[in-house]
Design a protein around this ligand. Structure first.
Ligand code: DX5
Ligand code: ZN
Length: 213
């Protein structure tokens, strides 16, 4: 089953509730949190996530692009996150972050940037709900997908299968209906899409197109 996670970063923040209602076919709502340190941009925070959680039943997939994620896990869990993903490149003990997310009753994920090898997540695979493979340098929506990252998806899917696990692989950055089949063929089963969903006149049709229906 392919799951689609529209990235609210590309939505109209002045009409957030309406924007959320326009993506009712979504499986997750992808919420990008940026601290201006880990990435050169600022976006959303705990209060925004809590406000989103109040107006939807679609589970929130919170992507923490922040330098010290361990300090904010509990707050985002309380805000209603379902999945919390932490960058392997951030300044934290990944094992502790995963344990903290689980202790909050949430689903943990680790993220690798385009230039980070999959080795960074391999020691933790057994503990994870999801691995997020970035297909752009994080920080901004609307960038072009780095399709070379699909090779990492392929290698990761092979290892997950060999280990008998059922870890999801999410791709994030420049995903469109044109490149989605390549991501899926490589083994991704959760697709984040900002511009290609919120830039479309019919958002649910764009979500269905990504899913391949
Ligand atoms: C980038 C974010 C992405 C971004 C995706 O730092 O993590 O989630 O919003 O947007 P598009 O699909 O426009 O690349
Ligand atoms: Zn993201």
């Amino acid at each position: 089953m392919i799951r689609i996670a529209p990235s609210l970063l590309a939505s109209d923040f002045a009409n957030l509730q309406k924007e959320i209602e326009s993506v009712s076919h979504a499986d997750f709502l992808h919420v990008d949190i940026m601290d201006g340190v880990f990435v050169p941009n600022l976006a959303m925070g705990v209060s925004t996530a809590a406000a989103i959680g109040k107006v939807t039943k679609i589970p929130m997939d919170v992507h923490l692009m922040i330098i010290r994620p361990q300090n904010y896990i509990e707050a985002f869990a309380k805000a209603g996150a379902e999945i919390i993903t932490v960058h392997t490149e951030s300044d934290c003990d990944l094992g502790e972050c995963i344990a903290k997310i689980k202790a909050c009753g949430k689903k943990p994920g680790l993220v690798i940037n385009p230039d980070t090898p999959i080795d960074a997540v391999l020691p933790y695979l057994e503990e994870l709900y999801m691995v997020l493979v970035m297909t752009v340098q994080p920080g901004f929506g609307g960038q072009k997908c780095r399709e070379d990252c699909f090779e990492k998806v392929r290698a990761l899917r092979k290892i997950i299968t060999e280990r008998g696990l059922s870890v999801h692989i999410e791709v994030d950055g420049g995903i469109t209906a044109e490149n989605a089949p390549k991501a899926i063929a490589a083994g991704a089963d959760v697709l984040v899409a900002g511009s290609s969903v919120f830039g479309a006149p019919d958002r649910n049709a764009a979500i269905d197109a990504l899913r391949g229906i």
